[in-house]
Design a protein around this ligand. Structure first.
Ligand code: ADP
Length: 591
């Protein structure tokens, strides 16, 4: 608003000022010129009159004795010329005056000091304008010398009131002032028209520019003219269009970056140079169980109570270097993180720190599993191999001739060799199942029927232990699965159910259907599994009682193979068990 006022009024007043000054100066000089010109005209007409009068005054009439006649002559001339005539002698003494009686003339003071008289005494034409105390008005006095044989003998002075000139000047001034006012009025109107023709489009531009400043670049200035304002409008429009495009582009990029930032699997924390959080992504919310909107601007430690990470941020900010470190976090959940922290620079100045947090718990867990697995495998292989070596050495050391024991030793060696064979078989099928490239040969088959066949394979084992097995699986249900592998599952489960059963125990195999799924249960009346071991029972090489398992010819891989096969069928496995009473191993398959 201030700009508009000042600009409008400045232009307006300068317009008026220019008119006032130019008219004023013109009027002033014109006035002076005219005044001079009029006075000059008046003066020259008086001089002409004076010369005419002079020609009518003979020099001898100036003599004292003739002053009475001179008085009459002067009075007559004065009446004709309508001017005051004074005759002065060469000493400056007034001899006669048309406006004064002879008596008054005697009282009048010497005129030699009057400027016009002084000039005339020198033989020149003198003039002067001054106030006449006698006539009480401004008078123009012109004095001419009356020349005799020996120079100036007297002076004729004619005086006229300048009121005439002033009257004319007043009329002229009035006209000039009227003209000035007229011009001013015209200037006002013109200035107003000009002002509105400039300020209206300018106001439009200002209003639209305000919107630009507020970030709304959709507006355009409509001003269709080829003048400077038109050019300014189209430049502003072009600028707005460009900015609008750029802003849109930036917005899209921003959105893309935001989406990437939010959806990155890695947790990201941006901190400022004082170590306060600027932003965190969704992954961080999940890891540390925090809400990102409550983290902004708060010190790192206040939000995430992890001194190791705070220390990393401190090092990055202080030493301006990249830091990479592995940290384990106990809370909220046990996890291992790879933290990569780098400084963020802004014009060579450090402005903050960027932390990328990668959850490597799964990698570390798998590494541990692999390490354990290798250790376990080596151990499992080592035991039978050590035995075999021992017995071979014993035999070679002379026991071969020990007729009583040598066959025994060989049987033990055979047992261990068989164990190794089973172990390697199990390991091979496990690694095959884990390879993920495995293709299931799905087919429809009657499980009840297949179970009968599997059970018959355990006949001698069952007989030996007096265990009874009941196939209660519904005979009318057919299953779509990889028959060979499902048979392997049952073989392993029944093998365990027999091995860990009590003498004359019972095994039941039955099924339950629900929600399009089928749950198959192998229930035994054996030793059961302690509750603490249940969660780990399906792990490779996990055994409740290692020695017993080995003694029974187990490898500790049976359940692990079961789990793998069932999961390949998109199913799940589980166990319910009460120590000393028996176990219920089950697996659920989609029908
Ligand atoms: P193993 O070759 O030792 O049988 P598994 O993986 O088949 O290996 O079984 C792992 C362990 O689970 C066994 O050593 C045993 O301790 C326990 N287990 C498996 N099945 C049963 C069961 N039916 N009753 C009691 N314990 C069992």
């Amino acid at each position: 608003m201030r700009f508009r006022k000042s600009f409008k009024y400045r232009l307006f007043f300068s317009y008026i000022a220019v008119i006032l000054i130019s008219f004023g100066l013109t009027a002033f000089f014109l006035d002076k010129q005219l005044e001079n010109h009029s006075l000059q005209g008046l003066k020259s007409s008086i001089v002409t009159q004076a010369r005419l009068i002079e020609s009518q005054i003979p020099p001898e009439s100036l003599k004292k004795e003739n002053t009475a006649n001179l008085g009459v002559l002067v009075k007559n001339l004065s009446l004709k010329n309508k001017s005051r005539i004074t005759i002065i002698d060469d000493q400056g003494k007034v001899l006669t005056d048309s406006e004064l009686s002879p008596g008054e003339v005697l009282d009048i003071d010497n005129h030699a000091t009057r400027p016009e008289v002084r000039a005339a005494l020198k033989g020149l034409t003198g003039d002067s304008i001054r106030y006449s105390a006698t006539l009480k008005t401004d008078m123009l006095y012109v004095a001419l010398p009356i020349m005799g044989k020996d120079g100036v003998v007297g002076i004729i002075r004619i005086a006229l009131p300048v009121a005439n000139v002033q009257k004319i000047m007043f009329a002229i001034r009035k006209t000039i002032i009227l003209n000035i006012f007229f011009a001013l009025g015209l200037a006002f109107i013109l200035a107003y028209v000009l002002m509105t023709s400039i300020s209206r489009p300018l106001n439009k531009i200002i209003n639209v520019s305000r919107r630009f400043a507020g970030g709304d670049f959709s507006q355009r200035i409509y001003y269709d003219s080829h003048d400077e304002i038109g050019e300014l409008s189209s430049t502003l429009n072009k600028m707005a269009q460009d900015i609008e495009g750029k802003v849109k582009e930036i917005e899209i990029q921003n959105q893309q970056l935001k989406t990437i930032f939010q959806n990155m699997v890695e947790g990201i924390i941006v901190a400022d140079k004082s170590g306060c959080i600027v932003s965190v992504n969704q992954a961080i919310e999940g890891i540390f169980n925090i809400e990102s909107r409550k983290t902004k601007g708060r010190p790192f430690l206040e939000v995430i109570r992890n001194t190791d990470m705070a220390e990393i941020i401190r090092i990055v900010l202080d030493e301006r270097k990249f830091v990479s470190s592995e940290l384990s976090l106990a809370y909220p959940v046990q996890r291992v993180f790879q933290v990569n922290a780098s400084p963020v620079f802004e014009k060579d100045q450090i402005s903050g720190c960027l932390l990328v947090i990668h959850d490597v718990s799964e990698i570390r867990r798998l590494e541990n599993i692999r390490r354990d697995f290798v250790a376990n495998v080596s151990h499992e292989l080592k035991t039978p191999l050590t035995s075999i070596r021992g017995f071979v050495e014993t035999l070679l050391g002379g026991a071969l001739d020990d007729k009583e024991n040598n066959l025994n030793f060989l049987k033990i060696i055979q047992n261990h060799a068989e164990r190794l064979d089973t172990l390697v078989d199990d390991l091979l099928s496990l690694s095959h199942l884990e390879s993920k490239e495995i293709a299931l040969a799905l087919e429809d088959f009657n499980l009840h029927h297949e179970l009968d066949e599997i059970i018959s394979g355990f006949r001698s084992q069952l007989k030996k232990k007096g265990v009874t097995i009941k196939n209660e699986f519904p005979p009318d249900i057919s299953l779509r699965a990889d028959k060979g592998r499902i048979k392997q599952v049952f073989t392993n489960l029944i093998d365990n159910a027999v091995k860990f059963n009590k003498e004359k125990g019972l095994i039941r195999i039955y099924a339950q259907e629900f929600n399009g799924r089928i749950k198959i249960i192998v229930e035994d009346s054996g030793s059961g599994i302690p509750t603490k071991d249940i969660p780990r029972i399906f792990e490779r090489f996990y055994r409740v009682d290692k020695a017993r398992s080995r003694e029974l010819g187990g490898t500790g891989l049976g359940l692990s193979i079961v789990k793998h096969i069932v999961e390949l069928h998109a199913g799940s496995v589980g166990v319910e068990s009460t120590e000393g009473l028996g176990s219920k191993f089950f697996f659920i398959l989609p029908k």
